[in-house]
Design a protein around this ligand. Sequence first.
Ligand code: CDP
Length: 215
Amino acid sequence: MTALPVIAIDGPAASGKGTLARRIAQALGFAHLDTGRLYRAVGLAVLRRGEDPADPAAAQRAVEALDLSLLEDPELRTDRTGGAASKVAAIQAVRDALLDFQRNFAAHPPGGKGAVLDGRDIGTVICPDATVKLFVTAAPEIRARRRHLELKNQGSARTEDQVLNDIHTRDARDSGRTVAPLRQADDATLLDTTHLDIEAAVARALEIVRAGLRT
Ligand code: CDP
């Protein structure tokens, strides 16, 4: 049996990778896994237990007892949960515990046509043999503007400057950690969405993906 196609999409916070992954999956009829939700669910579980997301023992307890209904929790997308996610994501035991789930999804995607996974280490660690790899980025100021709008729509009072600050902190933590740091895989195509709106970014990403699927 030949392996099904896997599209790996990585990039920093608010780069647009989530929207791109969803739209690519829709266009191709593939299943989509937003792996950030897994780390967010672990971060949220630690916060709800009143523990410190940077504490490896607390994070390990939370991932081992992970309640999958947290993946649908309305608090999953808040900036507080995002910050906690990036702390638990730097802990090796957490990443190890989530590895099989992600690889299994890529190998046996619901629908049986193919998989799109987005995150930070899909092309480098989770699916190093992915059929197509995209690394999506944008200038920090543009990412802050997008994330600020998203948070404002959720009723958050954070200013754009505060969000930019959060983004710088999270970028530094995600890229600077020793375990599975955020970096572009050598064989990934770079897509900079700084000057692209959603539709233009989706069109460009689909061109890259379709070309990759043909080769
Ligand atoms: O939506 P946004 O890009 O802000 O974040 P996310 O994709 O939901 O991921 C939240 C946090 O989880 C990130 O800051 C990373 O630290 C971590 N993460 C990771 O380490 N590896 C992944 N494959 C996905 C997320």
